[in-house]
Design a protein around this ligand. Structure first.
Ligand code: AMP
Ligand code: MG
Length: 424
């Protein structure tokens, strides 16, 4: 029986520990059903089956060089002073199907990738020979069998070339094409329907009236979802009105594999989101012992998983990275140890404070110091200060049991950017 999430607690509003919240979300999600994807769409998807080569790679013995296909035994004793003359009797290009036979004492001109003609077992590179009329003078014996790529030397027919669970990266896509696969079974990219809520919101580009602010969250969250490998679309900016919310969430649930909504999950007067979601299925609101991002909601609304995030943009950003991203990657079929952002250990460049009993995610910049990586705060850590995210290379994790950490303390940092090869 699935555990109740979040667990019923004797003293609301009790806080759900971060690890418990993460586990509770993940245990309700399974990878999306397997679908066939064409090679052009498969990049980034998780392979759902082992792929065995249906062909040898390369499929036939061929030349690794532009040169001459010969019988190696003919070249014994060849040298600068004693070039061996062979009779040129034909040519083979990459793609040539009808091959001339190489008789003893003969050579066939061959280009890189050309099939090794019958009789030949060796290729002499063009640099080691000279052509005079219909004779080729070989100045160097490359050794029998040299410069020939054997059939199946890269991959033998039947060998598993890519294992189930593997993310299809460019090399994997190249391998699929090489062994003749046009389509492969994968877990599809999750489709994320992003909704924002709030009477105060206007789109970028529209005039900003009194009391209004830009809807940044729906753009932010859609971008985060895409950078997590999902397909994401904005699916409505909803008024703080129960009926509008109900219709908006129903539409989003029908369109997406996951609904991500922001705002209205707190305790404000018009925070109807919680109430509406509670009527749409098994969706619960709860507070996670984390900063920023405490108020959240999660569950299955109208048959689709739904994550409700707090309205403050930094809270949105952090909750997405730490809780929604793993959920999305679970849907996408990634292995349990590949759900979270990669971590490095860094030393704090300054002392930090953290609220009692909550894990803090601090926006930090990373630099390479004398004793390894140094993590420094990007500035004001307020949950409305999006510039602290813009400048961040990572999120430094201060565990719930610490109220402060002195400068130099080692902390784990979740890496937010992919171009941080220099940090490891
Ligand atoms: P709420 O959780 O709805 O009470 O919102 C908390 C704070 O986040 C308020 O200052 C909201 O104006 C702000 N906020 C809510 N939704 C968005 C959004 N989509 N974009 C930017 N700020 C938002
Ligand atoms: Mg609101």
């Amino acid at each position: 029986m699935a555990a109740v999430f979040p667990p019923d607690r004797p003293n609301p509003p009790d806080l759900v520990p971060f690890a418990e919240a993460r586990a509770g979300v993940l245990e309700r999600l399974v990878p999306l059903p397997v679908r066939e994807a064409g090679l052009a769409d498969a990049i980034g998807c998780v392979l759902a089956v082992d792929i065995a080569a249906a062909e040898d790679l390369p499929p036939f013995a061929n030349s690794a060089m532009d040169g001459f296909a010969v019988r190696g035994a003919d070249l014994a004793g060849a040298g600068e002073a004693a070039p061996v003359p062979l009779k040129l009797t034909g040519e083979v290009f990459a793609g040539t199907g009808r091959l001339p036979t190489v008789e003893p004492g003969a050579a066939v001109r061959i280009m890189t990738g050309g099939a090794l003609p019958p009789g030949a077992d060796t290729v002499v590179p063009v640099e080691q020979a000279a052509v005079e009329g219909d004779t080729v003078l070989v100045r160097l014996d490359p050794g029998p069998g040299r410069f020939v790529r054997a059939a199946g030397e890269d991959v033998r027919l039947g060998t598993v070339v890519l294992e189930r669970g593997r993310v299809l990266d460019p090399a994997a896509v190249g391998m699929l094409a090489s062994v003749g696969r046009k389509r492969v079974p994968v877990h599809p990219r999750p489709r994320v329907a992003v909704v924002s809520t709030g009477d105060e919101l206007v789109d970028p580009g529209d005039p900003l009236g009194p009391g209004q602010i830009r809807d940044s969250n729906s753009w932010l969250l859609a971008a985060q979802a895409r950078s997590a490998g999902a397909e994401a679309f904005r699916c409505g900016r909803l008024r703080d009105d129960p009926e509008a919310l109900r219709r908006g969430f129903a539409l989003a649930a029908a369109e997406g594999d996951l609904v991500v909504t922001s705002g209205g999950v707190s305790v404000g007067d018009r925070d109807y989101t919680k109430q509406v979601l509670a009527t749409m299925g098994d969706v619960r609101s709860f507070k996670v012992a984390m900063q920023p991002g405490m108020p959240q909601a999660f569950g299955i609304a109208a048959g689709t998983p739904l994550y409700g995030l707090p309205g403050n943009p930094v809270s949105c950003f952090v909750v997405f990275e730490t809780l929604v991203r793993p959920a999305l990657r679970r849907l996408a079929g990634h292995a349990d140890d590949r759900l979270d952002r990669p971590r490095v250990v860094a030393r704090l460049g300054e002392p930090v404070r953290s609220p009692a009993g909550k894990v803090s995610f601090l926006r930090v910049r990373l630099a390479v110091g004398n004793e390894g990586l140094v993590a420094s705060l990007t500035g004001n850590q307020g949950s409305g200060v999006l510039s602290s995210c813009v400048a961040a290379d990572g999120l430094a994790v201060v565990p719930a049991e610490h109220r402060e950490l002195p400068e130099g303390s080692p902390v784990q940092v979740l890496l937010l950017k992919e171009d941080l090869a220099w940090v490891s």
